[in-house]
Design a protein around this ligand. Sequence first.
Ligand SMILES: CC(C)(COP(=O)(O)OP(=O)(O)OC[C@H]1O[C@@H](n2cnc3c(N)ncnc32)[C@H](O)[C@@H]1OP(=O)(O)O)[C@@H](O)C(=O)NCCC(=O)NCCS
Length: 161
Amino acid sequence: MAYSGEKEAREARREKIIRPQKPYRNSHFDQWVTKDSGFWQRKHYVQLRRYQSYECNDGMRMDTSDDCWRDFVGYSFLAEYFDERIDDKRSWLIGTAGFTHKQSKTTLEYCWIHPFWRGEGLLKHAWPSFIERFGEFYVSEPRTNSMRGFLQSVGYQDPSR
Ligand SMILES: CC(C)(COP(=O)(O)OP(=O)(O)OC[C@H]1O[C@@H](n2cnc3c(N)ncnc32)[C@H](O)[C@@H]1OP(=O)(O)O)[C@@H](O)C(=O)NCCC(=O)NCCS
């Protein structure tokens, strides 16, 4: 059954609270999340995608269904947190990039990083690993101003050009 995340959706919509996503204790988000990663990871990806849809008003086209995840590969932006009260260190999910691979065409469908971690070079740092994994890829349109600025800064060329 598709995950609704209604409580988090309400929080984000009404109270503008957007939460980095905490893994279960002793669990780790995969660097690359696919349909074969734990189902719980899908839920957190969907949650961050929801935050982006509220911010960018670009529609919510993601859920946890196998249909949605069949051709999907996600990249996890992670930040380590140490909670000294319980002596516990975990890597929280603070952003995601989502790729699809359809008819031999790979597309970066979206990328969203929690505002607290923007402008710190996270996407720039991850970019070479995107190229290493996919080679050339498309970037979906329409693009936000920040994505346009980013693509210019890395000299991105559309593969069809
Ligand atoms: C777009 C986004 C993913 C960029 O990630 P980021 O980790 O903050 O980007 P980086 O820190 O790696 O930025 C690298 C370069 O991109 C450019 N850039 C980043 N944010 C920018 C902005 N808001 N406006 C213009 N250029 C920007 C800068 O040139 C920067 O280079 P510099 O560090 O040499 O100045 C992030 O800003 C974000 O999540 N934005 C909101 C969601 C969004 O717009 N997503 C794209 C739609 S798919």
